[in-house]
Design a protein around this ligand. Structure first.
Ligand code: C5P
Length: 220
């Protein structure tokens, strides 16, 4: 069979990662978390004391860190210059700064290139999740999904993941990050014209997974 390319985009807390990983595992496809790549380059910037407020400073060093993603859905990995950063990229410090770093065109060009080469190398196909996969990274994807959910549902899910973090504060941080990601000039968070929109507010994770698996099977 031809490799199948699936793009899953949407704002934070819509279940993109859980859905994408499970769909890839069920269908024997590779999996790429592009948010982890932007978090990894942000982690490197923070660690190297690059001024996050200064896009020119970020652009100047955007090519320096070597970011490697493992694409097995059973255990995706991410390293920066050989260091495992799977834990550190999830901290509040990185989360609050990732939108600023990922808005810099030189950062996007670099990460987009990595994403395209990983997708091209996936023999059976790949599920790629992010914000601009269907619009910019893989515009010829076989299937594009745009996941949405109410801000309340997204904040509740995210604070559940963060083990009891304040829902209100989580909601504010999410809304702020989505607004920044949606309004940036280069490759903002957006639904591709040919994407299938799935509102997950009232759906269980199992239902969302089944819905996406069915859509992929229809394309094969
Ligand atoms: O998906 P996750 O919440 O880990 O993504 C972290 C951040 O990475 C997003 O808020 C966004 O700023 C950036 N991102 C992006 N383009 C993508 C994926 C993530 O700009 N394709």
């Amino acid at each position: 069979a031809q490799p199948v390319i699936v793009a899953i985009d949407g704002p934070s807390g819509t279940g993109k990662s859980s859905t994408s990983k499970a769909v890839a595992a069920q269908l024997g496809l590779s999996y790429l978390d592009t948010g982890a790549q932007y978090r990894a380059i942000t982690w490197w910037m923070v660690n190297n004391e690059i001024d996050i407020e200064d896009p020119t400073a970020i652009a100047a060093v955007a090519g320096k860190p070597e970011i490697v993603s493992g694409t097995d859905p059973a255990g995706p990995t991410i390293t920066v210059d050989g260091t495992d950063v799977a834990g550190p990229i999830r901290t509040q410090e990185v989360t609050s700064q990732v939108s600023a770093v990922s808005a810099v065109p030189e950062v996007r060009a670099r990460i987009t290139e990595l994403q395209r080469s990983l997708a091209a190398a996936a023999e059976k196909g790949i599920v790629v999740e992010g914000r601009d996969i269907g619009t910019t990274v893989l515009p010829d994807a076989d299937l594009k999904i745009f996941l949405t959910a109410s801000a309340e549902a997204r904040a509740a899910r995210r604070s559940g993941e963060l083990k009891g973090a304040d829902v209100q504060a989580t909601r504010e941080a999410l809304v702020k990050r989505d607004a920044a990601d949606s309004s940036r000039k280069t490759s903002p968070l957006a639904k591709a014209d040919d994407a299938v929109e799935v509102d997950t507010t009232e759906l269980s994770l199992a239902q969302v997974i089944e819905c996406v698996v069915t859509l992929v099977e229809e394309k094969r």
